[in-house]
Design a protein around this ligand. Sequence first.
Ligand SMILES: N[C@@H](CCC(=O)N[C@@H](CS)C(=O)NCC(=O)O)C(=O)O
Length: 207
Amino acid sequence: MTTLYIAPGACSLGTQVVVRELQLPIDIVKVPLRQADSPIHRINPLGRVPALQLDNGTVITENTAILPYLADLKPEAGLIPAAGTVERALVQSWLGFGSAEIHAGAFRIVNRGGSWVSDEGAQQELKDFGKSQLRKSFTHVNNALQNNTWITGDNFTIADAYLGVFVRWLAKFGNEFDDLQQLRRFRDAYEARPSVIAALEFESAKG
Ligand SMILES: N[C@@H](CCC(=O)N[C@@H](CS)C(=O)NCC(=O)O)C(=O)O
């Protein structure tokens, strides 16, 4: 059976949402992160989620690979446009933006400064820089949402499943990003989806 490895609160939420949107016959397994004895190390040598293990043992990592792979299993659901279309390129553009600019280029700098520098002042500088990158990136997302229900138009796609994760992460900054009003609207719509409700329930359930 194909298995998706996820962790509560992690960027794997988007992949779980897509599995649930499409009702795919995929086992979803929760693993702890940053623990030497976590089973994720046997699946992904980097110890990271999401990781998708196929029936034949092949492991796919990276949100930007797993999300299109899952959506292509049921293209008729419309979570990803057809290969070779401009619409698909636009969805992939947002996946890249989420992975490179928002996750690695902003949140990781805010949260993991200690992995690069030990000096506390330097860590604070990194945090401030990461926050400024968050504002820049989320202003871009907010602007793109001005005239659209979802990030590329009226249809929910894998780009929304993924960006929703990062929009939810902004909550840890209190009301600091409240001026970006489209994000609030987007988050409410995201969290109202049955797939997202079920995914968050699964994340918080014991076991
Ligand atoms: N570029 C990867 C990043 C994956 C990633 O950083 N996952 C985090 C959770 S949000 C993780 O597993 N961290 C554990 C660790 O780095 O040890 C992707 O998009 O799939």
